[in-house]
Design a protein around this ligand. Structure first.
Ligand SMILES: Cc1cc2nc3c(=O)[nH]c(=O)nc-3n(C[C@H](O)[C@H](O)[C@H](O)COP(=O)(O)OP(=O)(O)OC[C@H]3O[C@@H](n4cnc5c(N)ncnc54)[C@H](O)[C@@H]3O)c2cc1C
Length: 453
Protein backbone atom coordinates (compact mmCIF):
# COMPACT_ATOMS: atom_id res chain seq x y z
CA UNK A 1 0.00 0.00 0.00
CA UNK A 2 2.95 2.28 -0.37
CA UNK A 3 3.33 4.58 -3.28
CA UNK A 4 4.89 2.97 -6.34
CA UNK A 5 4.26 -0.47 -4.92
CA UNK A 6 2.53 -1.64 -8.06
CA UNK A 7 5.61 -0.76 -10.04
CA UNK A 8 7.82 -2.81 -7.76
CA UNK A 9 5.49 -5.74 -8.03
CA UNK A 10 5.16 -5.53 -11.76
CA UNK A 11 8.94 -5.44 -12.02
CA UNK A 12 9.31 -8.77 -10.28
CA UNK A 13 11.53 -11.00 -12.35
CA UNK A 14 13.06 -8.12 -14.25
CA UNK A 15 16.52 -6.78 -13.55
CA UNK A 16 16.33 -3.85 -11.17
CA UNK A 17 17.64 -0.72 -12.78
CA UNK A 18 20.48 0.65 -10.74
CA UNK A 19 21.53 4.22 -10.49
CA UNK A 20 24.26 5.04 -12.98
CA UNK A 21 27.69 4.84 -11.33
CA UNK A 22 28.42 8.49 -12.18
CA UNK A 23 25.29 9.69 -10.43
CA UNK A 24 25.88 7.43 -7.47
CA UNK A 25 29.45 8.52 -6.93
CA UNK A 26 28.57 12.17 -7.25
CA UNK A 27 25.65 11.87 -4.86
CA UNK A 28 27.77 10.21 -2.19
CA UNK A 29 30.97 12.12 -2.81
CA UNK A 30 31.80 14.49 0.00
CA UNK A 31 35.33 15.19 -1.19
CA UNK A 32 35.14 18.91 -1.64
CA UNK A 33 37.64 21.32 -3.08
CA UNK A 34 36.23 24.28 -1.26
CA UNK A 35 38.53 26.87 -2.89
CA UNK A 36 36.30 29.73 -4.10
CA UNK A 37 36.13 29.66 -7.91
CA UNK A 38 34.67 33.16 -8.32
CA UNK A 39 31.39 31.94 -9.77
CA UNK A 40 28.05 32.67 -8.14
CA UNK A 41 24.89 30.55 -8.16
CA UNK A 42 21.42 31.40 -6.89
CA UNK A 43 19.24 28.41 -6.14
CA UNK A 44 15.51 29.09 -5.99
CA UNK A 45 13.82 26.80 -3.48
CA UNK A 46 15.21 25.02 -0.40
CA UNK A 47 13.51 21.68 -0.98
CA UNK A 48 15.68 18.58 -1.20
CA UNK A 49 16.55 19.23 -4.87
CA UNK A 50 17.70 22.81 -4.21
CA UNK A 51 19.63 21.85 -1.08
CA UNK A 52 21.34 18.93 -2.85
CA UNK A 53 22.46 21.25 -5.65
CA UNK A 54 23.57 23.95 -3.22
CA UNK A 55 25.61 21.58 -1.06
CA UNK A 56 27.32 20.01 -4.05
CA UNK A 57 28.14 23.37 -5.63
CA UNK A 58 29.41 24.83 -2.37
CA UNK A 59 31.74 21.83 -2.01
CA UNK A 60 33.15 22.74 -5.43
CA UNK A 61 33.89 26.34 -4.48
CA UNK A 62 30.85 28.12 -5.92
CA UNK A 63 29.44 31.12 -4.08
CA UNK A 64 25.90 29.92 -3.49
CA UNK A 65 22.75 31.62 -2.20
CA UNK A 66 19.48 29.77 -1.71
CA UNK A 67 16.28 31.84 -1.88
CA UNK A 68 13.35 30.16 -0.14
CA UNK A 69 9.80 31.54 0.02
CA UNK A 70 8.90 29.81 3.28
CA UNK A 71 10.19 30.36 6.81
CA UNK A 72 11.95 27.00 6.85
CA UNK A 73 13.78 24.64 4.54
CA UNK A 74 12.51 21.29 3.25
CA UNK A 75 9.63 22.16 0.92
CA UNK A 76 7.55 19.00 0.57
CA UNK A 77 9.72 17.27 3.19
CA UNK A 78 7.86 18.98 5.97
CA UNK A 79 7.22 17.67 9.48
CA UNK A 80 4.70 18.90 12.04
CA UNK A 81 5.56 17.88 15.64
CA UNK A 82 2.91 19.89 17.49
CA UNK A 83 1.06 16.75 18.65
CA UNK A 84 4.24 15.27 20.12
CA UNK A 85 4.66 12.83 17.23
CA UNK A 86 6.36 13.54 13.91
CA UNK A 87 3.63 14.00 11.30
CA UNK A 88 5.13 14.18 7.83
CA UNK A 89 2.89 16.40 5.77
CA UNK A 90 4.66 15.49 2.53
CA UNK A 91 6.89 12.46 1.95
CA UNK A 92 6.75 9.67 4.57
CA UNK A 93 8.35 6.65 2.88
CA UNK A 94 11.72 5.79 1.43
CA UNK A 95 10.48 3.86 -1.60
CA UNK A 96 12.87 0.92 -1.91
CA UNK A 97 15.93 1.19 0.28
CA UNK A 98 18.44 -0.63 -1.96
CA UNK A 99 20.67 1.83 -3.79
CA UNK A 100 18.34 4.66 -2.87
CA UNK A 101 20.34 7.81 -2.05
CA UNK A 102 17.73 8.70 0.57
CA UNK A 103 18.78 5.61 2.57
CA UNK A 104 22.33 6.93 2.81
CA UNK A 105 21.16 10.43 3.60
CA UNK A 106 18.82 9.11 6.30
CA UNK A 107 21.77 7.44 8.01
CA UNK A 108 23.94 10.54 7.74
CA UNK A 109 21.17 12.86 8.92
CA UNK A 110 19.87 10.69 11.76
CA UNK A 111 16.47 10.05 10.23
CA UNK A 112 15.03 6.97 11.92
CA UNK A 113 12.90 4.60 9.88
CA UNK A 114 10.57 1.63 10.30
CA UNK A 115 9.93 -1.06 7.73
CA UNK A 116 6.22 -1.11 6.92
CA UNK A 117 4.71 -4.52 6.27
CA UNK A 118 2.01 -5.07 3.66
CA UNK A 119 -0.71 -6.60 5.81
CA UNK A 120 -3.64 -4.68 4.37
CA UNK A 121 -5.62 -7.77 3.43
CA UNK A 122 -5.67 -8.78 7.14
CA UNK A 123 -7.86 -5.86 8.19
CA UNK A 124 -9.82 -4.73 5.19
CA UNK A 125 -13.43 -3.80 5.91
CA UNK A 126 -16.43 -3.34 3.68
CA UNK A 127 -19.49 -1.23 4.52
CA UNK A 128 -21.13 -2.26 7.76
CA UNK A 129 -17.74 -3.18 9.21
CA UNK A 130 -17.78 -6.53 7.43
CA UNK A 131 -14.26 -7.96 7.35
CA UNK A 132 -13.34 -8.75 3.78
CA UNK A 133 -12.12 -12.20 2.93
CA UNK A 134 -8.33 -11.94 2.70
CA UNK A 135 -8.05 -14.57 -0.05
CA UNK A 136 -10.48 -12.61 -2.23
CA UNK A 137 -8.53 -9.45 -1.48
CA UNK A 138 -5.22 -11.10 -2.35
CA UNK A 139 -6.60 -12.50 -5.60
CA UNK A 140 -7.95 -9.09 -6.61
CA UNK A 141 -4.58 -7.55 -5.79
CA UNK A 142 -2.81 -10.11 -7.99
CA UNK A 143 -5.31 -9.47 -10.77
CA UNK A 144 -4.70 -5.72 -10.45
CA UNK A 145 -0.96 -6.22 -10.99
CA UNK A 146 -1.66 -8.28 -14.04
CA UNK A 147 -4.06 -5.63 -15.39
CA UNK A 148 -1.43 -2.96 -14.77
CA UNK A 149 1.00 -4.98 -16.86
CA UNK A 150 -1.30 -5.10 -19.85
CA UNK A 151 -3.75 -2.17 -19.77
CA UNK A 152 -1.36 0.02 -21.73
CA UNK A 153 -1.69 -2.34 -24.69
CA UNK A 154 -5.24 -1.01 -25.04
CA UNK A 155 -4.24 2.56 -24.17
CA UNK A 156 -3.86 5.52 -26.48
CA UNK A 157 -2.61 9.09 -26.44
CA UNK A 158 -5.98 10.74 -25.91
CA UNK A 159 -7.82 8.56 -23.42
CA UNK A 160 -7.33 8.25 -19.70
CA UNK A 161 -6.52 5.20 -17.62
CA UNK A 162 -10.04 5.40 -16.18
CA UNK A 163 -11.72 5.40 -19.58
CA UNK A 164 -9.75 2.38 -20.78
CA UNK A 165 -10.15 0.52 -17.47
CA UNK A 166 -13.91 1.09 -17.40
CA UNK A 167 -14.23 -0.08 -21.02
CA UNK A 168 -12.23 -3.23 -20.38
CA UNK A 169 -13.64 -4.06 -16.93
CA UNK A 170 -17.12 -2.51 -16.66
CA UNK A 171 -18.18 -4.68 -13.73
CA UNK A 172 -15.11 -3.70 -11.71
CA UNK A 173 -15.63 0.04 -12.18
CA UNK A 174 -18.37 0.17 -9.54
CA UNK A 175 -17.10 -2.60 -7.30
CA UNK A 176 -16.05 -1.15 -3.94
CA UNK A 177 -12.99 -3.38 -3.55
CA UNK A 178 -11.78 -2.36 -7.00
CA UNK A 179 -12.45 1.31 -6.32
CA UNK A 180 -10.30 0.91 -3.22
CA UNK A 181 -7.49 -0.92 -5.02
CA UNK A 182 -7.37 1.59 -7.87
CA UNK A 183 -7.40 4.45 -5.41
CA UNK A 184 -4.70 3.27 -3.01
CA UNK A 185 -2.44 1.45 -5.48
CA UNK A 186 -2.76 3.65 -8.56
CA UNK A 187 -4.21 7.09 -7.78
CA UNK A 188 -2.01 7.51 -4.67
CA UNK A 189 1.06 6.61 -6.73
CA UNK A 190 0.20 8.70 -9.74
CA UNK A 191 -2.74 11.09 -10.01
CA UNK A 192 -6.36 11.57 -11.03
CA UNK A 193 -7.34 8.41 -12.95
CA UNK A 194 -9.66 10.39 -15.23
CA UNK A 195 -6.61 12.35 -16.38
CA UNK A 196 -3.88 9.70 -15.99
CA UNK A 197 -2.25 8.60 -19.25
CA UNK A 198 -3.50 5.18 -20.39
CA UNK A 199 -0.07 4.65 -21.98
CA UNK A 200 2.35 5.95 -19.34
CA UNK A 201 0.60 5.25 -16.02
CA UNK A 202 3.41 3.02 -14.77
CA UNK A 203 6.43 4.88 -16.11
CA UNK A 204 9.39 5.43 -13.87
CA UNK A 205 12.06 3.25 -12.30
CA UNK A 206 12.15 1.93 -8.78
CA UNK A 207 14.73 0.93 -6.22
CA UNK A 208 14.41 -2.56 -4.79
CA UNK A 209 14.20 -3.57 -1.17
CA UNK A 210 11.94 -2.67 1.70
CA UNK A 211 9.71 0.35 2.06
CA UNK A 212 10.60 2.34 5.15
CA UNK A 213 8.62 5.08 6.83
CA UNK A 214 10.35 7.96 8.59
CA UNK A 215 9.58 7.92 12.31
CA UNK A 216 11.28 11.08 13.62
CA UNK A 217 10.47 13.30 10.64
CA UNK A 218 11.56 13.44 6.99
CA UNK A 219 12.61 17.05 7.55
CA UNK A 220 15.68 15.63 9.31
CA UNK A 221 17.23 15.20 5.84
CA UNK A 222 16.75 18.75 4.49
CA UNK A 223 17.82 20.16 7.85
CA UNK A 224 21.01 18.11 7.56
CA UNK A 225 21.66 19.15 3.95
CA UNK A 226 21.07 22.82 4.83
CA UNK A 227 23.83 22.91 7.43
CA UNK A 228 26.39 25.58 6.57
CA UNK A 229 24.60 26.81 3.45
CA UNK A 230 23.76 30.45 2.80
CA UNK A 231 19.96 30.29 2.79
CA UNK A 232 17.71 33.35 2.78
CA UNK A 233 14.26 32.43 4.11
CA UNK A 234 10.97 34.28 3.46
CA UNK A 235 12.21 35.29 0.01
CA UNK A 236 9.56 34.80 -2.68
CA UNK A 237 10.97 34.97 -6.18
CA UNK A 238 8.67 36.81 -8.60
CA UNK A 239 10.86 37.35 -11.66
CA UNK A 240 13.83 35.67 -13.35
CA UNK A 241 15.51 37.77 -16.02
CA UNK A 242 18.07 35.79 -17.99
CA UNK A 243 18.34 38.21 -20.92
CA UNK A 244 21.78 39.51 -19.86
CA UNK A 245 25.12 37.89 -19.05
CA UNK A 246 24.22 37.66 -15.37
CA UNK A 247 20.82 36.33 -14.33
CA UNK A 248 18.75 38.80 -12.32
CA UNK A 249 16.32 37.52 -9.72
CA UNK A 250 13.59 39.70 -8.21
CA UNK A 251 12.59 38.57 -4.72
CA UNK A 252 10.64 40.56 -2.15
CA UNK A 253 11.15 43.68 -4.26
CA UNK A 254 14.95 43.42 -4.38
CA UNK A 255 17.08 42.23 -7.27
CA UNK A 256 19.99 39.81 -6.84
CA UNK A 257 22.20 38.54 -9.62
CA UNK A 258 24.35 35.50 -10.25
CA UNK A 259 26.33 33.74 -12.98
CA UNK A 260 24.02 30.73 -12.80
CA UNK A 261 20.55 30.10 -11.44
CA UNK A 262 18.92 26.78 -10.54
CA UNK A 263 15.12 26.91 -10.47
CA UNK A 264 13.69 24.17 -8.23
CA UNK A 265 10.16 25.44 -7.59
CA UNK A 266 7.50 22.73 -7.96
CA UNK A 267 5.66 22.06 -11.21
CA UNK A 268 2.49 23.53 -9.67
CA UNK A 269 4.29 26.85 -9.14
CA UNK A 270 5.59 26.82 -12.73
CA UNK A 271 2.04 26.09 -13.94
CA UNK A 272 0.63 28.98 -11.88
CA UNK A 273 2.65 31.56 -13.82
CA UNK A 274 3.47 33.31 -10.54
CA UNK A 275 7.11 33.59 -11.60
CA UNK A 276 7.77 35.77 -14.64
CA UNK A 277 10.59 34.65 -16.93
CA UNK A 278 12.32 37.22 -19.13
CA UNK A 279 12.53 36.28 -21.92
CA UNK A 280 9.61 33.84 -21.82
CA UNK A 281 10.61 30.20 -21.42
CA UNK A 282 11.20 28.25 -24.64
CA UNK A 283 8.02 26.76 -26.08
CA UNK A 284 9.13 23.16 -25.43
CA UNK A 285 9.46 23.92 -21.73
CA UNK A 286 6.15 25.79 -21.63
CA UNK A 287 4.47 22.86 -23.35
CA UNK A 288 5.96 20.38 -20.86
CA UNK A 289 4.82 22.52 -17.92
CA UNK A 290 1.31 22.37 -19.31
CA UNK A 291 1.28 18.68 -20.30
CA UNK A 292 2.68 16.97 -17.19
CA UNK A 293 0.06 16.57 -14.48
CA UNK A 294 0.23 17.76 -10.87
CA UNK A 295 -1.82 15.62 -8.52
CA UNK A 296 -3.20 16.21 -5.06
CA UNK A 297 -2.81 13.98 -2.00
CA UNK A 298 -3.82 15.20 1.44
CA UNK A 299 -2.79 13.59 4.71
CA UNK A 300 -4.48 13.60 8.11
CA UNK A 301 -3.28 12.41 11.50
CA UNK A 302 -5.72 11.82 14.35
CA UNK A 303 -4.86 11.02 17.97
CA UNK A 304 -6.85 9.38 20.79
CA UNK A 305 -6.25 8.63 24.46
CA UNK A 306 -6.56 4.91 23.83
CA UNK A 307 -6.45 2.76 20.71
CA UNK A 308 -9.59 0.91 19.54
CA UNK A 309 -8.32 -0.41 16.21
CA UNK A 310 -6.71 -3.58 14.87
CA UNK A 311 -3.10 -4.29 15.70
CA UNK A 312 -2.16 -4.35 12.01
CA UNK A 313 0.06 -1.91 10.08
CA UNK A 314 -2.81 -0.89 7.81
CA UNK A 315 -6.56 -0.75 8.27
CA UNK A 316 -8.47 -0.59 5.02
CA UNK A 317 -12.03 0.42 4.29
CA UNK A 318 -13.87 0.22 0.98
CA UNK A 319 -16.42 3.07 0.83
CA UNK A 320 -18.62 4.01 -2.14
CA UNK A 321 -16.87 7.36 -2.58
CA UNK A 322 -13.51 6.79 -4.21
CA UNK A 323 -10.31 8.28 -2.84
CA UNK A 324 -11.96 9.11 0.50
CA UNK A 325 -10.22 8.10 3.78
CA UNK A 326 -9.98 4.51 2.59
CA UNK A 327 -6.91 3.42 4.46
CA UNK A 328 -5.31 4.12 7.77
CA UNK A 329 -1.67 3.79 8.78
CA UNK A 330 -1.46 2.53 12.35
CA UNK A 331 1.13 4.90 13.84
CA UNK A 332 1.15 2.83 17.05
CA UNK A 333 3.09 0.14 15.17
CA UNK A 334 6.20 2.32 15.12
CA UNK A 335 5.38 4.61 18.07
CA UNK A 336 3.91 2.17 20.65
CA UNK A 337 3.06 4.95 23.11
CA UNK A 338 1.20 7.02 20.52
CA UNK A 339 -2.47 6.29 19.79
CA UNK A 340 -2.71 7.73 16.30
CA UNK A 341 -3.94 6.88 12.82
CA UNK A 342 -2.85 8.58 9.62
CA UNK A 343 -5.26 8.65 6.69
CA UNK A 344 -5.37 10.08 3.18
CA UNK A 345 -7.52 11.67 0.50
CA UNK A 346 -6.55 11.65 -3.16
CA UNK A 347 -7.26 13.52 -6.38
CA UNK A 348 -10.58 15.43 -6.54
CA UNK A 349 -11.71 14.21 -3.15
CA UNK A 350 -8.42 15.52 -1.70
CA UNK A 351 -9.09 18.92 -3.27
CA UNK A 352 -12.63 18.82 -1.86
CA UNK A 353 -11.33 18.25 1.68
CA UNK A 354 -9.52 21.58 1.50
CA UNK A 355 -12.86 23.40 1.57
CA UNK A 356 -14.10 21.48 4.63
CA UNK A 357 -13.90 22.71 8.23
CA UNK A 358 -11.99 20.52 10.70
CA UNK A 359 -15.22 19.40 12.39
CA UNK A 360 -16.70 18.29 9.08
CA UNK A 361 -13.54 16.38 8.18
CA UNK A 362 -13.44 14.63 11.54
CA UNK A 363 -17.07 13.70 11.09
CA UNK A 364 -16.39 12.16 7.67
CA UNK A 365 -13.37 10.20 8.92
CA UNK A 366 -15.20 9.05 12.04
CA UNK A 367 -18.15 7.85 9.94
CA UNK A 368 -15.75 5.35 8.34
CA UNK A 369 -14.11 4.34 11.61
CA UNK A 370 -17.48 4.00 13.38
CA UNK A 371 -18.75 1.80 10.57
CA UNK A 372 -15.79 -0.50 11.29
CA UNK A 373 -15.39 -0.27 15.06
CA UNK A 374 -18.86 0.70 16.30
CA UNK A 375 -20.67 3.88 17.21
CA UNK A 376 -19.21 4.06 20.71
CA UNK A 377 -15.68 4.97 19.71
CA UNK A 378 -14.79 8.54 20.73
CA UNK A 379 -13.90 11.47 18.54
CA UNK A 380 -10.15 12.11 18.28
CA UNK A 381 -8.45 14.38 20.77
CA UNK A 382 -6.59 16.15 17.95
CA UNK A 383 -6.23 16.21 14.18
CA UNK A 384 -3.67 17.71 11.81
CA UNK A 385 -4.33 18.11 8.09
CA UNK A 386 -2.69 19.27 4.88
CA UNK A 387 -3.95 21.42 2.00
CA UNK A 388 -1.45 20.74 -0.77
CA UNK A 389 -3.60 22.04 -3.62
CA UNK A 390 -4.07 25.50 -2.07
CA UNK A 391 -0.45 25.67 -0.87
CA UNK A 392 1.09 28.50 -2.90
CA UNK A 393 4.53 26.92 -2.52
CA UNK A 394 3.57 23.84 -4.55
CA UNK A 395 -0.06 24.01 -5.82
CA UNK A 396 -0.38 20.24 -5.60
CA UNK A 397 1.49 17.21 -4.26
CA UNK A 398 3.66 15.74 -7.04
CA UNK A 399 3.85 15.30 -10.79
CA UNK A 400 2.33 12.47 -12.82
CA UNK A 401 1.95 11.36 -16.42
CA UNK A 402 -1.35 12.91 -17.51
CA UNK A 403 -3.13 12.32 -20.82
CA UNK A 404 -0.90 14.14 -23.31
CA UNK A 405 2.29 13.75 -21.28
CA UNK A 406 5.27 12.25 -23.11
CA UNK A 407 8.36 11.04 -21.27
CA UNK A 408 10.45 13.57 -23.18
CA UNK A 409 8.48 16.31 -21.40
CA UNK A 410 10.36 15.51 -18.16
CA UNK A 411 13.63 16.00 -20.06
CA UNK A 412 12.27 19.23 -21.52
CA UNK A 413 11.67 20.45 -17.97
CA UNK A 414 15.26 19.55 -17.08
CA UNK A 415 16.79 21.26 -20.12
CA UNK A 416 19.12 24.13 -19.23
CA UNK A 417 18.86 27.44 -21.08
CA UNK A 418 21.92 29.28 -22.43
CA UNK A 419 24.17 27.49 -19.91
CA UNK A 420 22.99 29.83 -17.18
CA UNK A 421 19.42 28.92 -16.24
CA UNK A 422 19.06 25.40 -14.84
CA UNK A 423 16.05 23.42 -13.62
CA UNK A 424 15.79 20.77 -10.91
CA UNK A 425 12.98 19.26 -8.84
CA UNK A 426 11.12 15.96 -8.81
CA UNK A 427 9.23 16.93 -11.97
CA UNK A 428 12.48 17.07 -13.96
CA UNK A 429 13.53 13.44 -13.37
CA UNK A 430 12.16 11.18 -16.10
CA UNK A 431 13.11 8.01 -14.20
CA UNK A 432 12.22 8.98 -10.64
CA UNK A 433 9.69 11.81 -10.85
CA UNK A 434 7.25 12.31 -7.96
CA UNK A 435 9.65 11.09 -5.28
CA UNK A 436 12.09 12.48 -2.73
CA UNK A 437 14.96 10.49 -4.30
CA UNK A 438 14.05 11.81 -7.76
CA UNK A 439 14.17 15.35 -6.43
CA UNK A 440 17.53 14.74 -4.74
CA UNK A 441 19.07 13.20 -7.86
CA UNK A 442 17.83 16.11 -9.97
CA UNK A 443 19.67 18.58 -7.73
CA UNK A 444 22.92 16.60 -8.03
CA UNK A 445 22.40 16.34 -11.81
CA UNK A 446 22.10 20.11 -12.26
CA UNK A 447 25.01 20.84 -9.92
CA UNK A 448 27.16 18.51 -12.03
CA UNK A 449 26.12 20.32 -15.21
CA UNK A 450 27.30 23.63 -13.74
CA UNK A 451 30.52 22.10 -12.38
CA UNK A 452 31.31 20.66 -15.81
CA UNK A 453 30.82 23.92 -17.73
C1 LIG B 1 1.47 14.42 0.35
C2 LIG B 1 2.80 14.01 -0.24
C3 LIG B 1 3.25 12.71 -0.02
C4 LIG B 1 4.48 12.30 -0.56
N1 LIG B 1 4.96 11.07 -0.26
C5 LIG B 1 6.20 10.71 -0.67
C6 LIG B 1 6.81 9.54 -0.18
O1 LIG B 1 6.25 8.84 0.69
N2 LIG B 1 8.05 9.22 -0.64
C7 LIG B 1 8.71 9.98 -1.56
O2 LIG B 1 9.82 9.62 -1.98
N3 LIG B 1 8.17 11.14 -2.02
C8 LIG B 1 6.94 11.51 -1.58
N4 LIG B 1 6.42 12.72 -1.96
C9 LIG B 1 7.13 13.52 -2.96
C10 LIG B 1 8.33 14.29 -2.37
O3 LIG B 1 7.94 14.92 -1.17
C11 LIG B 1 8.75 15.35 -3.38
O4 LIG B 1 8.97 14.73 -4.65
C12 LIG B 1 10.03 16.10 -3.01
O5 LIG B 1 10.03 16.48 -1.66
C13 LIG B 1 10.12 17.32 -3.92
O6 LIG B 1 11.32 18.03 -3.66
P1 LIG B 1 11.66 19.29 -4.58
O7 LIG B 1 12.93 19.82 -4.11
O8 LIG B 1 11.51 18.90 -6.01
O9 LIG B 1 10.46 20.32 -4.32
P2 LIG B 1 10.02 21.05 -2.97
O10 LIG B 1 10.33 20.21 -1.80
O11 LIG B 1 8.60 21.43 -3.16
O12 LIG B 1 10.95 22.32 -2.92
C14 LIG B 1 10.68 23.46 -3.67
C15 LIG B 1 10.87 24.69 -2.79
O13 LIG B 1 10.62 25.87 -3.58
C16 LIG B 1 10.01 26.82 -2.73
N5 LIG B 1 9.33 27.82 -3.55
C17 LIG B 1 8.16 27.71 -4.22
N6 LIG B 1 7.89 28.85 -4.87
C18 LIG B 1 8.90 29.70 -4.60
C19 LIG B 1 9.20 31.05 -4.99
N7 LIG B 1 8.40 31.75 -5.80
N8 LIG B 1 10.33 31.63 -4.51
C20 LIG B 1 11.19 30.94 -3.68
N9 LIG B 1 10.94 29.67 -3.30
C21 LIG B 1 9.83 29.06 -3.76
C22 LIG B 1 9.06 25.99 -1.89
O14 LIG B 1 8.67 26.66 -0.72
C23 LIG B 1 9.91 24.75 -1.61
O15 LIG B 1 10.62 24.86 -0.40
C24 LIG B 1 5.23 13.18 -1.37
C25 LIG B 1 4.77 14.50 -1.59
C26 LIG B 1 3.58 14.90 -1.00
C27 LIG B 1 3.14 16.32 -1.18
Amino acid sequence: MQRRKFIIDTLTGLPILLMTPALLSSSCNNGDDNEPNGKSVIIIGAGISGLAAAKKLKEKGFDITVLEAQDKVGGRLRTNRTLGVAFDEGASWIHGINGNPISTLAQQAGMNTFETIDDQSDACYDLGGVLRNSAIYDNAETELYSILNTLKNSGNATQSFETIFNNLYPTKANDRLWKFLLSTYVTFDTGDLNNLSSLLYNEGEEFGGAEKIATNGFDTIPNFLATGLNILLNQRVAKIDYSDTKVKITHNGTVSEADYVVVTVPLGVLKSGNIEFVPALPSAKQNAIQKIGMNCVNKFILTWDTAFWDNTQYICYTPEVKDKFNYFVNVKKFHPSVNALMTFAYADYARQTETMADAQLINEIMTHLRDIYGTNIPNPTNMLRTKWQANENSFGAYSYTAVGTEIKHFDDLAEEINDKLFFAGEHTEADYFSTAHGAYLSGIREANKIIEL
